[in-house]
Design a protein around this ligand. Sequence first.
Ligand code: EPU
Length: 421
Amino acid sequence: MDKLIIEGPTRLSGDVRIDGAKNAALPIMVACLLSEGKSVIKGVPQLSDVYTMCKILRVVGAKVNFSDGTLEISPGAYTGNTAAYSYVSTMRASICILGPLLVRQLYAKVSLPGGCIIGPRPINIHTKGLSALGADIKVEHGYLIAKTRGLKGNTVYLGGTFGSSVLATANVMMAATLAKGKTIIEYAACEPEIVDLAEFLIKMGAKIKGHRTHTIEIEGVKRLRGATHKIIPDRIEAATYMIAACATKGDITVRGANINHLGALIDILTEAGAVITKKPNSAIRVRASRRLNTIGLATLPYPGFPTDLQAQLMALMAVSNGIAIITEKIYPERFMHVGELNRMGAQISLEGDSAIIRGVKNLSGAEVMASDLRASAALVIGGLIAKGKTTISRIYHLDRGYKDMEKKLSLLGAKIKRVKS
Ligand code: EPU
């Protein structure tokens, strides 16, 4: 297992280029199963989650070729219809294969995801939505077995206890493209990754309206064709570097990001004292010449502040001026990074779904352990801020969502290296 070693503190400066969005690529890869021809997906990040999805698609008979960030996917003759536990347990996004398999083959068997380090990950909204379209779904031996005689459009409400669900919206939207008649998804997620998926499906011939809102209308069609598409930039990757720049009192330019997807973060960082400027050609300059002020916030579905940035922002607040309260409204148990940041000298306590952060002037390097993808990114930011050596183990979590992070940070001036343990 690889480790990252960071010698801090660092002041980040220079340019960083953003890759395509993992969370847009994964459902779009699955959507290729709906077509009758080859699709070409460009700008796909070379990440372990993408390779896992390639394996899942091959198991169900697709021909997949991935080179230089371009994926070619042809559904092919189905050779199987199972997303096995070994894949789903490492990557919960696998659940969104359920809708496409069901509508194409009238049968799908997908492992239940089970527990997760960021808290419970139920799938009741997925099953509610697909059942409303005519799926008969039961659980046997840890697998969801879904059958149908043919999906039919319906009006489905996809809200849950914590708001809309991104991948349940993806699942139902994909299934509805080939279902008979009209589907209306109420309380749909409207994250940029859902919009990107809808745009791809439309290129394939799907009839979809309202996909930038919470009500999506899909008129089922008989067949879809293969399409060519470029994945949107990864807003979470871009935001992670922007937060790292602020935490290290740096001055960086993030290239290739979409500033329109970063509104909530830009608002928070600006209020905390950073200077953020839109530059030509999709570049964003981020400067923090002094220690920032603390800002309180709650994570919310898009366009609110994303849960996938909560940990990274907490690392920044840990060294900001004042006290901040961050409330996690999507995954109320997503706080595994708190104990590790505290080992580096942060002063963070937990009260239910909120973290109370008393900003300190410095962190100190320590041996810490990554627990999930975004928590890992928070520890990297901690390591960049901290005085001395930080060693982060279990960075396979980081490799699921950040391409070449240590290379990109090295180019920004960080002293960071990957070692085999
Ligand atoms: N929920 C339910 N029932 C369901 C589905 C979800 O109660 O059937 C709850 C969840 O427990 C959570 C809330 O609804 O409280 C929102 O979860 P959502 O379904 O939107 O999450 P997801 O679609 O499984 C995607 C991202 C996550 C990101 C969340 C929230 C992908 C591949 N994953 O997951 O990304 O945190 O949306 O924005 O798109 C990450 O990249 O690190 C990551 C975890």
